[in-house]
Design a protein around this ligand. Sequence first.
Ligand SMILES: Cc1ncc(COP(=O)(O)O)c(C=O)c1O
Length: 393
Amino acid sequence: MTSAEWMELEEISQLKTYRKWPISLEKGSGAWVEDTDGKRYLDLYGGHCVAFLGHNHPAVVQAVKDQADKLLFYSNAVYSPARARASAALAALAPKGMGNIFFINSGAEANETAMKMARKATGRSGIVAMEGDFHGRSLGALSVTWQAAYRKGHESSFGPVTFVPFGDAEKTCAVILESKPAAVIIEPIQSTSGMRTAPVSFFKAVAGACKEAGSMLIMDEVQTGVGRTGAFTYSQVVGIEPDMITLAKSLGGGVPVGAVLISDEVAATVNYGDQGTTFGGAPLAMAAVEATLKALVDEGLTERSVQIYDLFEKGCTERGLRVQGAGCLVGIDFGRPMGVFVTGLREKGILVGGSADPNIMRLMPPGVLTDEEIELFFTALDQVTALAMEVVS
Ligand SMILES: Cc1ncc(COP(=O)(O)O)c(C=O)c1O
């Protein structure tokens, strides 16, 4: 069957919630994916920020195959060597004092778990979230997600939630100290909003206000975590000690898994039965987590993420384009609507993403990206820019 035929077949029975790109992918390796017609794409989108190791990392594939041969599934009712090894590997990389781990299946569930733990630990219910944040699409995670396009119609499902301007330390700290919420949740690099971030001083001020108010600080590191932004977590990059950190996306190297890293203090408030999940911590995902974390460290991908950002920044600056973000989360501000560049690059075999800001393109490349592959992006971008100029003139 051709790509067009595969797409047609999928459309017949798929609920229409996604406006998909007109490609049907079948294979992947490293920074590259291939469609059902055999056309290859350089993937700077990473299947939505998942493929930090690159696609189909051989060690992850092997670990999953080995585990599948032994035991596909058993729940948290029992112990599992795969879970024991994955927990130890993740605890070893977690910030100090945050080695208490709850595995779950997705980013939204990780955030909901963290907010639930915060309510339990504080006996309070309010949450402070940032304007521009994205935390997931289930009802609780949606309640603290800013964009109206996602949240509209579901505002009252969780509450009380107060949104504050991201980066405005004075206002945010005043709200925290006055309302004393159960938790403050922050997406430290707001990916969906176009890789917006805030100064280190903002994060430090908010962490201080949370301590003073007795509120839990939750860092949503679903995208920034797992070594993508210059340290294992972005909390370490900005030098704060939150109470909980949520992870997902690249944690399983492509296998669905999320986790909450929980401080010793919060862990001490948790009792048996406070949270549960059937599939979270299951052997297949755990084998993938262990292999992913080992590859991340062995291949120095965290260090490489910083070089990759610098190379994109240099190329963009040379072309008069501003960048924002960190590591392998790169927002490129075109200063004008850039949808035509996303489409133009895709036609040239390069996958990139848009954002809630029509001027900002998002790149979520893998840490295995080479200098030559970055050059390919800029060559294609120059060609698309020249074409766009022709159309305008
Ligand atoms: C920062 C952030 N938090 C949470 C989520 C939700 O994760 P999931 O789609 O795995 O539920 C996402 C997903 O894009 C995200 O980018």
